[in-house]
Design a protein around this ligand. Structure first.
Ligand code: ASP
Length: 250
């Protein structure tokens, strides 16, 4: 027992316990997607849900997240098999979530997934709904200490299954960043609408325009104008000698 300023005793609170991953948010084992042999880097894409992977349900007309649709599209050549692109592996959380349903337990599960796969890949792409992407990216940036690889969050305003989708550019940019550099881009990022921003400095501003995100107080670190991905690598480099720790303790 301790006292507050008026000397009224109050009980000391026990330290908060981390939120455990909900049993229904299950991560599938990664599957290596087809691609030209001899790629320079390997990237794990983790699909968590959101608009980007939605497909129209022909019966109801509603758009629903669909892991198989996204996986099949990626496996059958949705992304260019250019030599600048990394060798992609696909993993997904089941069921895929609208990001409005993400909780701290889901943040822990995503961080833990990256921690478990950390040594096997050169970078990570986390595909996420846009509404709370900035919160998850921020949380994951604090859970992954001593990062020496890129972790890139992305999603889209329009599903990949719709002709005017912005998801394709976002996915290509994210894969290029995640597969590009190892220790020179050691940060949790959000890649969206040709901008690459710090995950923990970014806010979703609008749902009705393609450029839905803004990085406040720090300019975007990559700008995919005509010269794609003009990075300020000084801002992103790994700290020499920093050991990686995954602390999914929200
Ligand atoms: N409601 C969706 C989500 O955040 C919106 C999106 O993905 O753009 O999951």
């Amino acid at each position: 027992m301790t006292t507050n300023e008026t000397n009224v005793p109050f009980p000391v609170q026990p330290p908060p316990q981390p939120h455990e991953a909900p049993v229904e948010f299950i991560r599938r084992a990664p599957r290596v997607l087809p691609g030209k042999p001899g790629k320079k880097s390997a990237v794990l894409l983790l699909y968590t849900g959101g608009t980007i992977g939605m497909r129209k349900d022909e019966k109801t007309g509603a758009f629903v997240p669909d892991v198989a649709f996204l996986e099949d599209s990626l496996a059958s050549g949705l992304l260019p098999d250019d030599e600048a692109m990394p060798q992609l592996s696909f993993s997904a959380f089941d069921p895929p979530l609208d990001s409005g349903d993400m909780s701290m337990a889901h943040w822990n599960a995503i961080a833990r997934a990256i921690g478990e796969e950390y040594d096997k890949y050169d970078g990570f792409v986390v595909v996420h709904g846009t509404d709370t992407m900035a919160y998850t990216a921020s949380a994951v940036s604090f859970a992954l200490e001593g990062l020496s690889k890129p972790v890139v969050f992305t999603g889209s305003q329009i599903p990949l299954s719709v002709v005017r989708t912005d998801g394709l550019t976002n996915l290509v940019d994210s894969c290029l960043v995640a597969g590009s550099a190892g220790p020179s881009i050691a940060e949790v990022l959000i890649a969206f609408d040709s901008l690459v921003m710090r995950g923990n400095r970014t806010t979703k501003l609008k749902a009705c325009v393609i450029s839905g995100f803004k990085s406040f107080n720090i300019p975007p670190i990559g700008d995919g104008g005509v010269h794609l991905l003009n990075f300020d690598t000084r801002a992103l480099a790994a700290k020499p000698g920093a050991a990686f720790h995954c602390r999914p303790h929200f």
